[in-house]
Design a protein around this ligand. Structure first.
Ligand code: GDP
Ligand code: MN
Length: 359
């Protein structure tokens, strides 16, 4: 009957058979930088993260919460009640957060006033710039984070659309020796990074011995290094091997940019910094596009294309993904995606990729 063709024959209960019986868990954590007032957005993100992934007994990865202020006991209690695993709360040390003494605050304030007048998002925000610098150069050295190799960055008010009972991005990274994982790639706002490439180029010209031979330079430049094409992985979602950020090469790159002062005189984001570093320092095979993961950070989302999303989960008997792939940002020509660029660099023909990924 029509009805039976529309209803699932399997039980609606989640079948928690461990698909990873022979695969060890990764040494991994979620890292959430936030303020107390982000509690509502954080609980929303966590509910989806838990119910699509982490509450499966074979996952249950720990959390680290970081804040430049101390967290209250109330906040800690609400978070610990919301998760199926364990959590630690840490304060960012002032030397990882405060504006370094080398920064000329008068010059910085003038730049912020100009940026605000020009209508740049977070144009005159000091704390946003401190956050971007922290996420670029320090989160991976926080004492609570140091013991972990892999991390997954979680922000307030994000959504996860796909069931991950039998896909573990951490185990995937570990098994496939991946170092940097993303779901969304787009163009940055030019005004925030006007001089970034000048310093990037200074650094790589002096340190060519540190570049990966088969890297993804072409993801970030269209003219062999004359300029930055503004492509970056959207780092509000990021799954990475933090040993990369702790490496001598990355730290040298970060320090060079930090000394240039652009985190404060402009508004360099951690997304372009991470992305350019990954494109210079990693082998192509170490960068992974998690196209099977559905994700929203307003106003942009990624939803896997139908063949992947349509396969019913053997664990739930339902669709894996609760999102409409047509709404996915990735292959929308009008909205500044960098995925064609990504595929080009990896030897895909853009037109073919376009056809393939639309269908
Ligand atoms: P957007 O996604 O670029 O619009 O910026 P968000 O406001 O989402 O900030 C990025 C991340 O940094 C989020 O996880 C925020 O919770 C966090 N964040 C931003 N500013 C601060 C800050 O001043 N203090 C703390 N503790 N977290 C911050
Ligand atoms: Mn955000």
């Amino acid at each position: 009957t029509l009805r039976s063709s529309w209803s699932s024959s399997s039980s609606n209960a989640v079948d928690l058979t461990n698909p990873f019986a022979n695969t060890p868990k990764a040494n991994a954590t979620f890292v959430i930088l936030c303020r107390e007032r982000d509690i509502q957005g954080i609980l929303e993100s966590i509910q989806l993260l838990e119910s699509t992934f982490n509450d499966r007994p074979h996952h249950r990865y720990p959390y680290v919460f970081l804040n430049d202020d101390p967290f209250s006991d109330t906040f800690k209690l609400r978070i610990s009640r919301a998760i199926s695993s364990t959590v630690e709360f840490g304060q960012v040390p002032p030397e990882h957060w405060d504006i370094p003494p080398s920064i000329d605050l008068v010059k910085a304030q003038k730049a912020w006033d100009r940026a605000k007048k020009a209508g740049m998002p977070y144009g005159d925000s000091k704390s946003y710039r401190q956050m971007c610098r922290f996420q670029s150069g320090f989160f991976f050295r926080h004492p609570l984070v140091l013991k972990y190799k892999y991390y997954w960055r979680i922000e307030p008010n994000v959504k996860f659309f796909c069931d991950l009972t039998d896909f573990d991005p951490f185990r995937f990274m570990q098994q496939n020796k991946k170092v940097y994982g993303f779901v969304l790639a787009l163009h940055d706002i030019p005004g925030t990074i006007r001089t970034l490439w000048i310093y990037v180029r200074q650094w790589y010209e002096k340190n060519s011995h540190l570049l990966a031979p088969n890297n993804m330079f072409g993801f970030v430049t269209n003219d062999n290094g004359r300029g930055y094409n503004k492509c970056h992985y959207w780092s509000n979602f990021e799954i990475a091997d933090m040993d990369f950020y702790r490496s001598e090469a990355y730290l040298s790159f970060f320090n060079h940019l930090d000394q240039a002062g652009g985190f404060f005189y402009e508004r360099w984001g951690d997304a372009p910094v991470h992305s350019i570093a990954a494109s210079l320092l990693l082998d192509r095979s170490q960068v992974h596009y998690f196209d099977n993961m559905g994700y929203l950070h307003a106003p942009i989302m990624h939803c896997p294309k139908p063949p992947k999303a349509n396969a019913l989960s053997p664990h739930t008997g339902r669709s894996r993904c609760y999102c409409a792939h047509e709404a996915s940002f990735t292959f929308d020509d009008n909205r500044q995606s960098c995925m064609y660029n990504y595929y080009d660099v990896n030897g895909w023909n853009s037109t073919a990729a376009r056809e393939e990924l639309r269908n």
